[in-house]
Design a protein around this ligand. Structure first.
Ligand code: NI
Length: 259
């Protein structure tokens, strides 16, 4: 059985100094594909570099809503240039964050970035990886007004089952991470159960959100089997069968050819 990670940050400073070791241990754990996601220009460039260096790595490039301070939309020119590089399979992560940002003006200022990067994805015919925290209504509204033609995933889905059903009608995919293994994570578990089987994605978001039994430690794509196993339990499926379905979903959305 082989594994893959549809959302990780091997471009994070916590991992980069040990990247050779990290890639090696991921290979040993059976990882065949890892989608490394950018969150600003620098991390997007690093994601592309890692994709060029390691066969298993693919890249997404984009500017995250938490990293907008001091930037102008002009920097999306650089994101566009990076998006045309080999093995770049998505724009991301992009979106809205109302969890850390309460000021209505700051929230409002995130929107043009989200829309501009959706437009960039549509121009390049790429799917998008979306970060959305405590902003369900606004993300829904933007996606409804600006559909992503090549598909989109709500990464680390943290909304309700009801919202999941509404987003599913827009054709969205849903990424689930370590928190589904937490005992008290009632809603995420319900969402895994309620998600259409052909829209489920598995991801680590490493170095964050390590699954049980590594909760609180630095996360790694090599822990993906723990998340797949919990997902399979929730879906009452064999892990192998579920994993095959997850791989089909992943390759369909991101058009990753080998692995
Ligand atoms: Ni992330």
């Amino acid at each position: 059985m082989f594994y893959f990670d549809s959302h990780c940050h091997l471009n994070d400073e916590a991992i980069l100094p040990f990247i050779e070791e990290e890639i090696l241990s991921c290979r040993q754990a059976g990882l065949k594909a890892m989608l490394v996601i950018g969150y600003d220009v620098k991390s997007s460039r690093l994601a592309v570099e890692l994709a060029h260096r390691y066969e298993e790595v693919y890249a997404a490039v984009g500017v995250h809503p938490e990293n907008l301070e001091g930037l102008t939309l002009d920097c999306l020119k650089e994101i566009k240039a990076l998006a045309k590089e080999d093995k770049v399979v998505a724009i991301g992560e992009i979106g809205l964050d109302y969890h850390w940002y309460k000021d209505p003006e700051v929230r409002e200022a995130q929107k043009p970035w989200f829309v501009a990067q959706i437009e960039l994805a549509n121009e390049l015919n790429l799917p998008v990886s979306i970060h959305a925290r405590d902003c369900t209504e606004d993300v829904y509204k933007i996606l409804k007004e600006h559909p992503v033609h090549a598909g989109a995933v709500l990464h680390c889905y943290s909304g309700s089952v009801e919202s999941l059903r509404e987003f599913a009608k827009l054709g969205l995919y849903f990424g689930f991470d370590g928190p589904i293994t937490f005992k008290n994570a009632v809603t995420p578990k319900e969402c895994v159960k309620a998600c259409p089987i052909d829209r489920l994605l598995v991801e680590t978001d490493s170095p964050y959100l390590a699954p049980v039994p590594f909760r609180g430690k630095q996360n790694s794509p090599k822990y993906i089997p723990f998340i797949v196993e919990e997902m399979a339990k929730l879906r009452e499926m064999e892990p192998e069968t579920l994993n095959e379905q997850l791989w089909r979903n992943f390759t369909k959305l991101f058009r990753v050819k080998h692995g």
